[in-house]
Write a protein that binds this ligand. Sequence first.
Ligand code: AMP
Length: 213
Amino acid sequence: MKNIIFIAPPAAGKGTQSNLLKDKYGYVHISTGDMLREIVSSDSELGKVVKNIIDKGNLVSDDLIFKLLKSKLNSIKGKPFILDGFPRTLNQALFLDNDLKIDNYIVIYLDLSKEDAIKRIDGRLTCSCGKSYNLNDINLKPKIIDICDNCGNVLVKRNDDNLEAFKIRFDVFLNNNKPLIDYYKNKNKLKVVNVNKGVNEIFNEISKVVAND
Ligand code: AMP
């Protein structure tokens, strides 16, 4: 089974799709955003620095991200994994290939316009267990209002899911995306999935991509 790398603008649903793939195929889901939010919740000095960066919509330093990723990959001992939120830049992609020497992967690009991403951000709620919901999507609403279907915790709106931070996150994505996409296109690793449709349809399409590779 090949590893999966998701490249996507904010709110394209990479977390939701990663969780579905994890349940169906048993991948380890590695979300750099979740790892960083865990550091933020520890309330340490580093947590405060990271919170400040995330809340503004900017990228955390490669040094920290590389350290977190390396240690996570070591801990999963060769199990197939999904990278959700990494790489975000060409430099991060080069780290994966050249420093970590990982090349058994496919890259799935979840394609979504800025306008559609804004609509999704508006209704998004998340749980500390990593599950995401969307009040504007009938398939992604929690069964009980504001409560996680998975673990019963109270759902919250992410601090960076506001219009101001969202615009910065989307622009950061646009600035970094072309070199990243070109890099993976040239390596013949890139599959594009349009995500302007329901969560189950997207998942079926991704499952076909995964099964055919
Ligand atoms: P996400 O949960 O993937 O939307 O990530 C939330 C935030 O965490 C991003 O807006 C960045 O501030 C930070 N972050 C996550 N992954 C990375 C990464 N690979 N490189 C730098 N910053 C990241």
